[in-house]
Design a protein around this ligand. Sequence first.
Ligand code: SAH
Ligand code: SF4
Ligand code: F3S
Length: 444
Amino acid sequence: MTSTEKRYYIQTFGCQMNERDTEVLSGILKKMGYQKTADMEEADIILFNTCCVREKAENKVLSHLGELRELKSKNPDLIIGVCGCMVQQKGMAETIRRSAPHVELLFGTHNIHQLPDLIENILASRNPQISIWDSEGEIRENLPSEREFPFKALVNITYGCNNFCTYCIVPYVRGRERSRQPEHIIEEITSLAADGVIEVMLLGQNVNSYGKDFKDIAIDFADLLKMVNNIEGIKRIRYMTSHPRDFSDKLITTIAQCNKVCKHFHLPVQAGSNKILERMNRGYTRETYLQLVKKIRQYHPDAVITTDIIVGFPGETEEDFAETLKLVEEVRFDGAFTFIYSTRAGTPAAEFKNQVPPEVKKERIQRLNDLIGKIGYEINLKYLNKKVDVLVEGPSKTNSDMLTGKTDGNKTVIFPGDSSYTGKIIPVLITEPQTWILKGKIEE
Ligand code: SAH
Ligand code: SF4
Ligand code: F3S
């Protein structure tokens, strides 16, 4: 590297939406002549792409920002920027400016395409730049992008969310739901396949409502899956996230007809008590959720089913929580992301009475995790001495002699091997199932 080369560093917090946005930010910066660096200390631009879904995520950003103060004083030309969901909250940009004046660049989730102008303005005038739009504007196509993996890709299909679950901040920071035109999605995936991508993950806060906002064309998520399934070169199709309320029978049967669509069903249930589900505004009951799981298993007996669960939602009694545990036992999830309810200012649930004390929440999540771990282990034991197809992602982070990859059902598999297998789908024999991973060896 020459000393005149400018470098950028991006730290991403939060979900796949942010990971995808980071790829676009990277693409824009590359086009402007910046090179990526993994070392913050040598960067000319540092961006934090933030998440605010829970308080913990926010606190993490704020404490990291404090640490950058010193870098800025050593290198006054350094541009420090904060973008993503956190800065979309009312007043947050000003709060960050006040507590961290070394942050000179703030832009929202609808302003990513403006990055070149904002940087140019700072370089020309050294005036702080803040650009945050309340409403979303049109979908920007053809922004540059720098993918994280050569063999798999994230593809947006919808932006925003209209569901307004009462605990959730996402609709406020990501705006209303907008679907991308199908031809843009198909075009993008076709060119990804030509570029060597074999797995795509279709992204939306609620992929099942894809197309509902189109006025001139009639297309739904199942139709879109069929179209993607026909794209040559693509071997695996995933999607994130499904809303149980909108998971139609048509979608279940379509997935059965689409050989490339992975049989992994991530169906966030959030709670097992009907009273809590109603207060969360989820739009389904425990009975309809269980019915959905039953139907999915009818068509896909080998389905891997995972979920998200929140404990300690306002008003959750011990009886309500027992309903959640009971539901977990009835469904027998392969795995679950579990969260302690976090109050988000501006959401309806923040105003609800009967907030659950922190120690009760902690005790509940522990019991829930124990149960989920126990069931997950029992399910994983069934993989012993079975052969699974694994898409190899590369060396394991904890042991570079081992490779890590994913099954069709999204289970992590760890096995000895060299990195020449990276990006390939290979058969692996499972020799040691564990609670969160499967260990195995390559089956030649
Ligand atoms: N659109 C997706 C993902 C939303 S965020 C969906 O509807 O499933 C991912 C998960 O974070 C949610 O499923 C929920 O379980 C959790 N979550 C969202 N807001 C939360 C809050 N205020 N406190 C705790 N967990 C929350
Ligand atoms: Fe949040 Fe609910 Fe939308 Fe998911 S569906 S992003 S939980 S409001
Ligand atoms: Fe994702 Fe966090 Fe935003 S979960 S949509 S990055 S608030």
